[in-house]
Design a protein around this ligand. Structure first.
Ligand code: ADP
Ligand code: GLC
Length: 468
């Protein structure tokens, strides 16, 4: 049995802004059958504290960056959850990263340094007689943990730094070095300094024992200037200890209410009704996404004519960039075949997976991506940019794959509006070839997208790290 502390800033079912929450929430249960006992450390945001109103205190941490803090015990299904109760850092109305003005909380560097420090304290002295053999650190919010572990004399306890998205690096101004209790002697270009600032993610990449990201293709991409966002050199430096492990999805949570794609019919009709879309000849395409540059949905605005020309329709659910929200609203006003819901709505996202024929994911970069995995599971044919985890999980319906009967979706490259239009035209051709379409959708449903394979890889990795 290997014991692992997972350190994360979000986790379903308690708090979620993106796929990290799904992954952190699913891994403990997925790893249990493979001999890993994973406990989770999560900040005590208001939603977490209200979910566990009577969570007992397991350890006092004393003063933690300007206020008292303690560790409380909650539960994550069958697994243990430790809540970092530090009201001066986490008890506030608003988002978990953003204040009411839509900007990062100004004290984010301190808030997540505190999370990392608490993790290091658990590694050093344990909590309720439990001590982790290894740590699993998610994204920049947990990335300073190895620095604090070294300071506490437990730098030898192995840690795995997992990069879910290199776009967020946890930069902080150098004048916070003292307040964050970081060692000045490591503040240089071979340490965690990044162009004059403190880089939490760089620290994690340099000082964790192993580094991973969430797909093999993104791991390769991250070591190039095009995708590495300035950290490609540091990742090349760690290449011997750097690997990509594909995410899975929780099959108990994401289960279609049908066994074959033909049974999608009633769900498709219900979805059209819900979105106010008329009947149509072409495929009903869905998109469920944060509306940010990463997700490339501006390209979908460009490619809408290609979809509409073939009698296809779009139902989109998303929120984020205000200009893009406005563009989609306008498109919906102009075209009967386009309907848009701005917001975040998980039950609706499920109904879209059930009723949609295809899901469009034109990401400029995508470390793994979960919505194409949901799409596969629901027989909702994914149309994806050939990047990161999208490239690793969807089998393009090229002639060879169609002949062999193994295609599950469509990939396109480069990530431009024109190439997306081309992919949508290919989707139309596939749609009109009814038997090939049915086969593709059935293949999608049959593709294993659960955690089993990757959970085994993580378990073996933790076990090797602990034995090394
Ligand atoms: P990322 O974490 O980069 O946003 P992922 O594909 O890994 O991308 O995960 C996104 C998760 O958030 C998925 O579970 C997806 O269904 C969900 N999601 C994104 N936008 C919305 C929305 N507007 N409503 C409901 N769920 C959403
Ligand atoms: C990030 C990535 C996404 C990935 C998720 C979970 O949010 O953008 O591609 O699926 O993390 O690893």
């Amino acid at each position: 049995m290997t014991t692992v502390l997972s350190v994360t800033s979000e986790c379903v079912p308690l708090v979620k802004t993106g796929g990290l929450a799904d992954v952190a929430g699913a891994l403990p249960a997925a790893l249990a059958p493979f001999g890993v006992e994973m406990r989770t450390l999560l900040p005590g945001y208001p939603d977490v504290m209200t979910a566990y109103p009577d969570a007992p205190v397991m350890r006092d941490l004393g003063d933690l960056f300007g206020g008292t803090a303690c560790l409380r015990r909650g539960a994550l299904g069958e697994n243990v959850l430790y809540i970092l109760d530090a009201p001066h850092l986490f008890d506030r109305a608003g988002g978990i990263y953003l204040g009411p003005d839509g900007r990062d909380w100004p004290d984010n560097p301190m808030r997540f340094a505190a999370l990392s420090k608490a993790a290091a304290l658990i590694a050093a002295n344990g909590v309720e007689d439990w001590r982790p053999d290894a740590l699993h650190l998610h994204d920049w919010q947990a990335a300073l943990t190895p620095v604090y572990m070294r300071q506490l004399g437990v730098g030898h306890v192995p840690s795995l730094m997992t990069i879910h998205n290199i776009a967020f690096q946890g930069l902080a101004p150098a004048h916070l070095l003292g307040a964050m209790e970081l060692p000045g002697h490591d503040f240089h270009s071979d340490g965690f300094e990044y162009y004059g600032q403190i880089s939490a993610l760089k620290a994690g990449i340099l000082y964790a024992h192993k580094v991973s990201t969430v797909s093999p293709t993104y791991a390769r991409e991250l070591m190039t200037p095009e995708f590495g966002m300035g950290l490609e050199g540091v990742l090349q430096h760690r290449s011997a200890d750097f690997l990509g492990i594909l995410n899975g999805i929780d099959l108990d949570v994401w289960t279609p209410p049908y066994d074959t794609p033909e049974q999608k019919r009633t769900h498709r009709a219900a979805l059209r009704a819900e979105f106010g879309l008329p009947d149509a000849e072409g495929p009903l395409c869905v998109a469920i996404s944060r509306l940010t540059g990463q997700k490339g949905l501006d390209l979908l605005i460009e490619a809408l004519p290609a979809l509409l020309e073939q009698g296809g329709q779009l139902a989109l659910l998303g929120s984020g960039d205000a200009a893009l929200e406005a563009q989609f609203r306008q498109a919906a006003e102009r075209h009967a075949g386009v309907a848009v819901r701005i917001g975040y709505d998980e039950p609706l996202s499920r109904r879209m997976m059930e009723g949609g024929d295809a899901i469009l994911i034109p990401s400029r970069f995508e470390p793994c991506g979960l919505t194409q995995l949901y799409g596969l599971r629901y027989g909702t044919v994914p149309v994806v940019a050939a990047t990161g985890g999208l490239a690793d999980t969807v089998i393009d319906a090229n002639p060879a794959a169609v002949t062999r009967g193994v295609a599950t979706g469509i990939q396109f490259h480069p990530v431009t509006g024109q190439a997306l239009s081309g992919a949508i035209q290919r989707l139309g051709v596939l749609w009109r070839d009814r038997s090939t379409w049915a086969r593709t959708s059935e293949n999608a449903m049959a593709q294993p997208v659960g955690w089993d394979a990757s959970a085994q890889v993580y378990a073996a990795l933790f076990s090797r790290m602990v034995q090394a």
